[in-house]
Design a protein around this ligand. Structure first.
Ligand SMILES: CC(=O)N[C@H]1[C@@H](OP(=O)(O)OP(=O)(O)OC[C@H]2O[C@@H](n3ccc(=O)[nH]c3=O)[C@H](O)[C@@H]2O)O[C@H](CO)[C@@H](O)[C@@H]1O
Ligand SMILES: C=C(OP(=O)(O)O)C(=O)O
Length: 421
């Protein structure tokens, strides 16, 4: 099993280019099922999760070609089946996003239950309620879910989500674009990735309005055509590098970032004394001047503080003076990194969904486990300022979602090595 060896590094310095967003590209790829002809997606990051989505789409009969670096072309004209293979679906939760488009395009879909993961149980009830509201019959048995549209096709409906789930909003949007009549998704997720998906669907001929607000209106159309689209920059990758600059007291220029998308992260870093400024070339993060201080964080759906940056931010908070509180409200089990950070000398106590961090600790390198994608990133950040060597195992989690991770960190002067055991 591959590992990362991270050693205490000089303050990071230089520039980093942010890749296309994992959480945007996966639904965009699923949406390409809806077009009867070719779609081109640009700025596709080279990630394990993208590879899994490619395998799933290929298994459905779609043809995928890489026409240039980071450019993929999807041809769904010969879709062969509407059943997604168990072995592929179980590899990645986001694979369930093929359900909405398959149901809309073929009137039926069969997909394995995606299952939970370390950060939470992650049920799919809201996705299924949405499909049912559109008139589909939903059969859940033997670990798979089958959805069947009524004879005349799906019918537009008003759907209120109990929670603004990102995946449910996306799946329902993709099912509703070809339904008869108008669909309203209320209490919809407002994440930038939802807006990106809506923009792509509209380029394909769909009629969506209101993406990025809590109510999305979708007027069904008869069919969709191919389209070209560039994936938005990854705001979580950008946040991770902002924190890398902050924790090492460095100076980083982050290129290809949308300032609005990282506003909650910027606001919290500024509260801690980090300078974050937008310039002509990108976003400057400078942490070498002031004494940094603590802050409190509560994760929330967008535009609140992103749960995906909670663990990297916590790594940073262990190093600043003062005590901080972190409250996780989106996932019920997203503190797996706490035990690992404590093994490195951090002082973090948890009570339910609240973590109390006594900052200003000197961290020590240790053998730690990347329990999930962002927990892994948090441990790398901690390793950059810890005395000695931090050995991080199970790094396949990190490689699911960060493109050219080691290369980008090394370019900034980080002391990080990937080794195969
Ligand atoms: C591929 C992708 O885009 N992943 C992101 C997406 O995940 P994902 O789309 O899975 O996240 P959701 O917004 O759906 O989940 C948020 C919460 O809602 C709950 N829930 C969700 C659906 C459902 O049917 N029932 C239900 O109870 C989940 O268990 C969780 O507690 O949004 C999360 C929240 O910003 C991010 O952390 C993930 O990085
Ligand atoms: C939780 C995450 O992703 P996923 O929904 O793909 O598990 C993440 O990107 O931090």
């Amino acid at each position: 099993m591959a590992k990362f060896l991270v050693q205490k590094s000089e303050p990071l310095n230089g520039e980093v280019y942010i890749s296309g967003a994992k959480n945007a590209v996966l639904p965009l790829m699923a949406a390409s099922i809806l077009a009867g002809d070719k779609c081109t997606i640009m700025d596709v990051p080279d990630l394990r999760d993208v590879e899994v989505m490619k395998e799933i789409l290929t298994s459905l009969g779609m043809e995928i070609n890489q026409t240039q670096d980071s450019v993929l072309e999807f041809d769904g004209s010969n879709l062969a089946t509407n059943e997604a293979d168990y072995e592929l679906v179980r590899k990645m939760r986001a694979s369930f996003l093929v359900m909405g488009p398959l149901l809309a395009r073929t009137g039926r879909a069969k997909v394995h239950q995606p299952g939970g993961c370390t950060i939470g149980a992650r049920p799919i009830d809201l996705h299924l309620k949405g499909f049912e509201a559109l008139g589909a019959e939903v059969v859940s048995k033997d670990n798979y879910v089958e959805t069947i549209a009524p004879e005349g096709g799906l019918v537009g409906a008003s759907i209120y989500l109990d929670f603004p789930s990102v995946g449910a909003t996306e799946n329902i949007m993709m099912a509703a674009v070809l339904a008869h009549g108008t669909t309203y998704i209320e209490n919809a997720a407002e994440e930038p990735e939802i807006v990106d998906l809506a923009n792509f669907l509209n380029k394909m001929g769909a009629r969506l309005k209101g993406a990025g607000t809590d109510t999305i209106k979708i007027e069904g159309v008869e069919k969709l055509k191919g389209a070209e689209h560039t994936v938005i920059p990854d705001r979580i990758e950008a946040g991770t590098f902002m924190l890398a600059g902050a924790i090492t007291k460095g100076e980083i220029l982050i290129k290809n970032v949308v300032p609005d998308h990282v506003k909650p992260i910027t606001a919290k870093l500024r509260e801690c004394g980090v300078m974050v400024e937008m310039g002509d070339e990108g976003m400057y993060v400078v942490a070498d001047r002031n004494e940094l201080c603590s802050t409190d964080i509560k994760t929330l759906p967008y535009p609140g503080f992103p749960t995906d940056i909670q663990s990297p931010f916590m790594a940073f908070l262990t190093t600043v003076q003062g005590s901080s509180t972190v409250i996780e409200t989106v996932f019920e089990n997203r503190f797996m990194h706490v035990a690992e950070l404590n093994r490195m000398g951090a002082n973090i106590k948890t009570e339910g969904n609240k973590a109390l961090i006594q900052g200003g600790k000197s961290l020590e390198g240790a053998q730690v486990i990347a329990t999930d994608l962002r927990a892994g990133a948090a441990l790398v950040l901690a390793g950059l300022v810890a005395e000695g060597t931090t050995e991080i195992s199970e790094i396949y989690h990190i490689e699911r979602g960060y493109e050219k991770f080691v290369k980008k960190f090394k370019n900034l002067g980080a002391n990080i090595l990937r080794i195969d055991d």
